[in-house]
Ligand binder design. Sequence first.
Ligand code: TXA
Ligand code: MG
Length: 350
Amino acid sequence: MKTRVLKIDDLNRDCNLIGEAAELIKAGEVVAFPTETVYGLGANALDSQAVEKIFRAKGRPGDNPLIVHVSNVRDVDKLVDEVPRRARILMEAFWPGPLTMVFRKASIIPDRVTAGLDTVAIRMPNHPVALRLIDFSGLPVAAPSANRSGHISPTTAQHVLEDLDGRIPLILDGGKCCVGLESTVLDLTADVPVILRPGGVTLEMLEEVLGEVRVDLNVLRPVAGGQKVKSPGMKYTHYAPRAQVLIVRGELAHIVKRINELAEEYADQGIKTGILATQETKDCYKKGEVLVLGKRTRPAEMASNLFLVLREFDVRGVDVVLAEWVDTSNEGLAIMNRMVRAAGFNVIDV
Ligand code: TXA
Ligand code: MG
């Protein structure tokens, strides 16, 4: 299959291109499209065969459910059993935006989408191309991140092409995704809402609107063998660059000291080493390929750079990445959630 890439530069002029993509969705095909978080690979959420094509193109395990994307708050009503009051409050506060909510599903949603769960995850993305695509198709659009399963989520059309060239018919290129990390997944089916995956809408932001909110223990911890998880995505090693990642956690001065010692050791052994530093520490490192995530005082900015920087280590061909732990408040929680998975939970305390 030939993969076409259509660049959307001007929303009004290029409207017909989005229309073409919407026709593909209506015809049961898959289309990659930009959102504010990462690129998604979309298909008609009400058509199991179309959804099957997403799983096939990505090589995604069948037990990992998909997020259903809508362009309008009203569309949620037919997809779920009931919209709880707090969901309405959250939609008002954060939609369109990087917040996915988990509801009890309506029977109209095929089991293929939810991997047999009785719940469905829904979000309204904050990207004009995504919103128009969904709107023009007149359908709810099931879409995971548009990468091969297990790879880093794509934040540009080029990343999508690198992973899915020849496997999907069309990519809408809307430029770089600004949030740069996947949405927050919030389970609303329990008494107290639970963050299953942290993202751009932070715990602090949710608490301000809702009061009590919990964070699932598996956000920063590996899933124990045989443990039943709320979000199947937690089980998989995501976001993995080719290099082996090791995270160093502790006081900043100790982190820097240990990373320098390790970089020295690795250099002596001829191991090509990358260092994931921050603006505040970058000049402290003498050996290795140093890349900067951003300023420690600006976690949203660090989050938006994370996947790009991990990819850059791959381009530079490093064998090992030594990464600094960052504070887990605000967007820091989402950063470390992705990082510990990229590292296979390889964290040393100093
Ligand atoms: O920002 C995003 O959320 C992007 C863009 C494209 O919207 N999408 C995305 O999808 O990251 P994906 O499939 O890569 O991640 C979806 C996550 C997975 O961890 C999955 O297990 C979880 O959401 N999920 C989906 N449906 C669920 C459900 N019913 N209950 C619990 N977790 C669910
Ligand atoms: Mg994904």
